[in-house]
Design a protein around this ligand. Structure first.
Ligand SMILES: Cc1cc2nc3c(=O)[nH]c(=O)nc-3n(C[C@H](O)[C@H](O)[C@H](O)COP(=O)(O)O)c2cc1C
Length: 328
């Protein structure tokens, strides 16, 4: 099913979630290769963008193939968020998302991220100001609430719709839950029933059937994949095929897995340089080889390496050991 958010029309409704430390340019290009319809930067400090700090600006790095691109910002001050929104819009982003769900202490103590879910007056001021500042598609990403006793997602979604926001993204866990327990998809359903703008669900989609079920059970307009894409960019292709009627899938052959790992690492190295690129890629190596025979020995071996040649040779050794048959 295609999805329109203001003037942005996507060919289907399977999206990559914003993830700090993960969804940089190389990762976004990778998931796009597997059919992801919209990918996001990780959350970027609005203050950092306004003060033009190199670290924040680097998160805006993109390329012609990195489209359509959603940029996510966080902050608590309407004026600063509006100014940052203009920076993002001028950078050529296709969509801007405002983070109102991050539960990390460093963010929450500044009144940003999930802390906003306790301050609806501020939410309204922010959304109205940012809406005035830019004309690109604008979304807001929320959790269910601050805690079980304070579940404001629906109220915030209504404020968003009232303020001219184009879609709401909901990860239905409370902020104090972190990532524990299950995402409560009922919250997605309630929001969908009460809103006319698109509602995007995020949480616990680990495979094609989960995506199908989330769409069916909640009525949401699109699904977002987060942790399910780690070490598993194939998930996009599989979900899209499943939604189009294909019902069974083989895991990638080890040779295909090895090829994608090399390709992904090469992109990370082009982006960061060799030492940082390999270091940043170690966590991906872990995810790519999770559950594979001999995986723990491999992970131990690459855990301390930061040159490309050595990683490639460990990779080749590891994959030569595995028979060329699906084993994951
Ligand atoms: C490592 C990590 C980093 C994340 N970073 C962000 C972020 O920068 N912005 C955001 O809105 N959500 C962030 N999230 C939340 C995800 O976007 C998503 O809503 C959540 O993980 C639930 O989806 P999942 O079960 O598919 O992972 C992050 C989650 C993880 C695990």
């Amino acid at each position: 099913m295609n999805l329109s958010i203001r003037n942005l029309t996507l060919p289907h409704n399977v999206l990559m979630a914003p993830m700090a430390g993960i969804t940089n340019l190389p990762f976004r290009l990778l998931v796009r290769d597997f059919g992801c319809a919209l990918a996001f930067t990780e959350m970027i400090s609005a203050n950092g963008l306004v003060r033009k700090t190199g670290k924040s600006y680097r998160f805006l790095n993109s390329s012609l193939k990195d489209k359509p691109l959603g940029v996510q910002i966080f902050g608590s001050d309407p004026a600063v968020l509006s100014e940052a929104a203009r920076v993002v819009s001028d950078s050529g982003a296709d969509l801007l998302d405002i983070n109102m769900g991050c539960p990390v202490k460093k963010v929450v103590k500044t009144g940003a991220g999930a802390a906003l879910m306790k301050n609806l007056g501020q939410v309204r001021l922010i959304l109205r100001a940012v809406r005035k500042a830019v004309s690109i598609p604008l979304t807001v990403k929320v959790r269910s609430g601050w805690n079980r006793a304070d579940m404001k997602a629906l109220e915030i979604a209504r404020i968003a719709e009232d303020s001219g926001i184009d879609a709401v993204i909901i990860h239905p866990r409370t902020a104090d839950q972190g990532f524990s327990g299950n995402a409560d998809w009922n919250v997605i359903e309630v929001i969908k029933k009460n809103l006319s703008i698109p509602v995007i669900g995020s949480g616990d989609v680990r495979g094609p059937e989960d995506a199908y079920n989330m769409l069916l059970l909640t009525g949401c307009d699109a699904v977002m994949i987060g942790r399910g894409a780690l070490g598993n960019p194939w998930i996009f292709k599989n979900i899209i095929s499943f939604l189009n009627g294909q019902k069974s899938f083989l895991p990638p052959f080890p040779s295909e897995r090895e090829r994608i790992i090399q390709y992904h690492m090469e992109m990370e190295i082009n982006f960061w340089g060799e030492r940082l690129g390999v270091r940043n890629f170690r966590k991906h190596l872990l995810w790519y080889t999770k559950g594979m025979r001999g995986g723990s020995l491999f992970r131990e071996a690459v855990g301390k390496i930061d040159d490309k040649k050595a990683v490639l040779s460990e990779l080749s050794r590891f994959f030569t050991q595995s028979l060329d048959m699906p084993n994951k």
